[in-house]
Design a protein around this ligand. Sequence first.
Ligand SMILES: Nc1ncnc2c1ncn2[C@@H]1O[C@H](COP(=O)(O)OP(=O)(O)OP(=O)(O)O)[C@@H](O)[C@H]1O
Ligand SMILES: [Mg+2]
Length: 212
Amino acid sequence: MSGRIICVAQQKGGAGKTTLVSNLAVAYLAEGKSVALFDTDPQGSLGKWLDIREETLGENQRLWFSTATAYGISRAIRGVDGEADVILIDTPPKADSDVRWVLRESDLVLVPVSASQADVWATHDLLDLADRAGKPTHIVMNRTRAGTRVGEEVAKSVAELEAQQLQSSLANRVVYAEALGRGLGVVEAKRNSSASDEVRALADEVSAILEL
Ligand SMILES: Nc1ncnc2c1ncn2[C@@H]1O[C@H](COP(=O)(O)OP(=O)(O)OP(=O)(O)O)[C@@H](O)[C@H]1O
Ligand SMILES: [Mg+2]
């Protein structure tokens, strides 16, 4: 079976797209899977993350990376056909017509919502585009803060959206920012930690949806 394609998209900047992509990639690598990463965001954060990673860890034969335009994503994916178990696509903070090219190729769309109402407001356009593309779409709560009023309010607003939500979520933890800056996933940066547990749970939940 060819690789399962996951796109991470959210119009709001800083919601956690690159964090999700990098952490899922590392979690799947740790399971022995092969992973292809495509960055369609001109900011290039994912490529920088990988540069730093390779400076310390060297190249990994089971990890491919390429930048791609949204329009060019189909060709880029064909380039790793049959080689990668999982294909993860990072996208820019937009919900414009370009992202439709990426949605069209995806088996699953993940939409991170960081714990603020602004993220929820920014989610509608993307959900609409994913719905029109007919792609299974799940919101992933990011930077959650248990026991805070804002956390409760955002969770309530998300529950009111006509969208599925993953059970797994990522809490607001410094280790996510640290790991990103060091070219790592949190399962590497802090192996025995709540952060690692929640990333593994997220990767497992996504695997179950995609029958990976
Ligand atoms: N769960 C978290 N806990 C703490 N910090 C986080 C968490 N998720 C993301 N961050 C931090 O928030 C910042 C933005 O995250 P990230 O770069 O993943 O967002 P993005 O959606 O890819 O942003 P952009 O839209 O600019 O591409 C980064 O510094 C990242 O380390
Ligand atoms: Mg990003």
